[in-house]
Design a protein around this ligand. Structure first.
Ligand SMILES: [Zn+2]
Length: 485
């Protein structure tokens, strides 16, 4: 009898959950104090955490300057992932009025200092700005103000966060959870603020030796506000406890209730990308392109010694080759063979088609292409020409391939290559009909143990900044990493 009753209640609970309309949530983002905080990276984590609950309909606005009363209508909550210049008055007033009239607001970490508080950056430190420079309502909305001279945090690392006794956000959860973050300290909270979670700020890692507030709630007009000092970067969001912190916070400001389960899968860990260069120059925009890859953390090896000293497969998911080194040591071969055998991803970019030409297995079985620097007995030298305008288009029947998602024809000012060798087993995704370039430009290599993509374009700064090219590289990294599965 008891068992049946429990089952019945669970069922009723599940049905209520299913029947409830999704809560509409708008993430306001688009600027942050780079290089400290990367809004693209954390927005991707936030969006995923919220979406996976099935409870929220999440939209992202990367241009909050354009926010109006009208554009916020219909949302139950806004989430602020922003640290940049003040917004125009109508946008600030719209956010203020939204919360004042009962809309929910969640803000975190980087939203507790900066221009919205009237601060200005001087010599690498925030200073109080001119009187009246602040968004007057913002510190009142989040119930917190940080005197510029007190801004600081522990060394980034793991620490324990404890839910306050009776906090609805810790309901059914373990008393504490682990954060891997910066623990902010010495914030001034408004009187009457509800502190929902705290963490001990250890002097051993630059802390205050006291418990510091980590989560608090506030009322602003009719609206509910939830603030957490957590959320430095993607690695911070990967901690399982962050799901509880963010999803329950957004649920509560949106609906006044906390029903989401505590135990949730953590956010997907970032793709670990090893970038190998050496043997050929490249524009600095290459780094901008790498930094634009959401959900990817990259490590740079500037030589083979750097790249291949240790086994790769436990440390990286994908290797991006942008080197131009023709000869391979036995160690390089061993490392790459075992990486490929382990099913890891390979993205070979532009002049990396000249790589490892002393190692037929690599260009015949893995990447599927070879550029002949010199004529060989059975093949004339390949040719190159910099600074050519040409167009690269998706192959008609390969348009639906994940590597081409959102990538249309690309108009480029880049380098053309002609007279290369191509394996008959490559799967060509993009091509050109420019007479100075061989037709295949983007293709999947013949390797069956792992996913391999070669992208020929990628010489010029313009290409690195081309959104379609960035999308292509992002897709290639994700696809070769088997994300999503
Ligand atoms: Zn931070």
């Amino acid at each position: 009898m008891k068992v049946r009753l429990t089952a019945g209640l669970l069922m009723a609970g599940a049905l209520t959950q299913l029947a409830a309309a999704p809560l509409k949530v708008l993430i306001l983002t688009g600027q942050s104090d780079e290089p400290y905080h990367h809004w693209r990276e954390t927005t991707a984590c936030l969006r995923e955490l919220l979406t996976r609950t099935g409870r929220f309909d999440v939209l992202v606005n990367e241009e909050p300057r354009a926010v109006t009363n009208e554009s916020l209508r219909g949302y139950q909550a806004v989430v602020i992932n922003y640290n940049g210049p003040r917004l125009p008055a109508p946008a600030e007033q719209a956010v203020e009025a939204f919360v004042q009239s009962g809309g929910g607001l969640v803000a975190f970490h980087l939203a507790s200092y900066g221009p919205w508080f009237g601060m200005v950056m001087q010599n690498g430190h925030w200073q109080a700005g001119a009187p009246g420079a602040e968004w007057f309502a913002w510190p009142k909305i989040i119930a917190s103000n940080w005197e510029p001279q007190k801004i600081g945090h522990t060394v980034r690392g793991p620490f324990e966060v404890r839910w306050s006794e009776g906090s609805p956000f810790g309901k059914g959860a373990s008393v504490s959870f682990l954060a891997n973050d910066e623990l902010y300290h010495k914030l001034t909270l408004a009187p009457g603020t509800h502190i929902e979670a705290t963490a001990f700020s250890s002097p051993q890692v630059g802390g205050t030796g006291r418990d510091e507030p980590v989560v608090w709630t506030n009322r602003f007009g009719q609206g509910r506000v939830y603030y957490t000092t957590l959320g430095h970067d993607a690695m911070a969001f990967y901690e399982p406890g962050m799901g509880t912190v963010f999803t329950r916070g957004v649920e509560w400001v949106s609906s006044g209730e906390v029903n989401l389960p505590d135990v949730q899968p953590p956010a997907t860990p970032p793709i670990r990308l090893l970038v190998v260069t050496g043997g050929h120059s490249y524009p600095v925009e290459f780094y901008r392109m790498l930094n634009s890859l959401a959900g990817v953390t990259w490590t740079h090896a500037t030589s083979h010694e750097d790249a291949f000293a240790k086994p790769l497969e436990n440390r990286f998911d994908v290797i991006l080759l942008h080197d131009m080194i023709e000869s391979t040591s036995s160690q390089v071969r061993e490392r790459l063979r075992s990486f490929v055998a382990g099913g890891k991803g390979v993205v070979s970019l532009h002049h990396a088609i000249v790589d490892y030409t002393d190692w037929p297995w690599w260009y015949q079985e893995v990447t599927g292409g070879k550029f002949f620097v010199k004529a060989e007995a059975d093949h004339p030298a390949s040719r190159y020409h910099e600074g050519v305008d040409f167009v690269v288009t998706p192959v008609a029947n390969r348009r639906n391939h994940p590597v081409l998602a959102g990538v249309g024809p690309l108009t480029l000012h880049d380098e053309v290559y002609r007279g290369m060798w191509h394996s008959p087993n490559i799967d060509v995704l993009m091509q050109t009909d420019h007479p100075e370039n061989d037709p295949p430009v983007v293709y999947i290599g013949p390797q069956s143990r792992s996913r391999v993509v070669y992208v020929q374009i990628g010489h010029s700064a313009q290409t690195m900044d081309n959104p379609g090219f960035r999308r292509l590289i992002h897709n290639a990294v994700e696809w070769t990493a088997h994300r999503p599965n």
